[in-house]
Design a protein around this ligand. Structure first.
Ligand SMILES: [Zn+2]
Length: 69
């Protein structure tokens, strides 16, 4: 399954990043269950663990680690 990373901003439509979340496929919510603005900035799942994807949601990170071989 394709994963991608999506930004959660401190306020809807805002410009300040709160943290990054992992999303499965085209689901409308993150793996930690947060509803996200799908028009927000996205990254490839390859960016997980890099400086580009920090700060990263701890819950999403833990769940992603369990799913990825
Ligand atoms: Zn999350």
């Amino acid at each position: 399954m394709e994963h991608h990373i999506i930004a959660e901003m401190t306020e809807p439509g805002g410009s300040t990043l709160k943290e990054w979340h992992m999303v499965r496929g085209e689901q409308p919510e993150s793996m930690c269950g947060r509803e996200l603005d799908l028009s927000a900035q996205k990254l490839s799942s390859d960016a997980w663990g890099t400086d580009q994807a920090r700060p990263f949601c701890h819950t999403c990170g833990a769940l992603f680690l369990r799913e990825v071989p």
